[in-house]
Design a protein around this ligand. Sequence first.
Ligand code: ZN
Length: 238
Amino acid sequence: MASPTVEDYLKRILLEEEQQGEGAREGGKEGGKEGGKEGGRLSTGDLAVAMGVTPGSATAMAKTLSESGLVEYEARAGVRLSRRGRKLAMHVLRRHRILELFLVRVLGLDWSEVHKEAEQLEHALSERVLDRLDALLGHPLVDPHGSPIPTAEGVLESPNWVSLNECQVGKRVRIARVAGEDPQFLRFLDGLGLVPGVEVTVISRETLADAITLAAKDRPPVTLGSAAAARLFVKIES
Ligand SMILES: [Zn+2]
């Protein structure tokens, strides 16, 4: 079994790669804007920032992971998960997201506080217990934040959601996912009733004020800046 540190790196690289993929897909939709980094590699500088470590540490780890065949690493281009590394990373992410759901749904923890707990527990969870948790939760597809849970085979859905910033004024939409794990931000959204599953309508978008006003069902309207709105993903109701 890989060490917790190795697992944390692999999971972080996976999440960054997925984010780049989303950017590339969105870019494609708008017609031609190039998303992601060259060759889909993550620079060790960006990896260091994402992990909260020094660039030296990230580079040293990139080399270690490369020697273990978990990433492809080139000094100037950065890192990319190998097939094996991706599989392992998916497995860590699966454990993390199933644990988060378990902590919320079964143990009754708040969705704003489960990330930190899951970060610890994910490294200690055996295959057997994971399978039991998955069954207990009814083979869930998403975690408490609406993020998709990778399948046991290591497949991660990338649903066609759009951020609140991109959805049409006047259209009723359903919040599907909140990106980011900052407890304060999650509690803030909770206070406004802006959580996955809730229907909202975008009332207006003020480009100059960089703000978007929306109302959740049976709630007074609220105004969010575009940075906050970018972290809320919605499903368009047909
Ligand atoms: Zn989390």
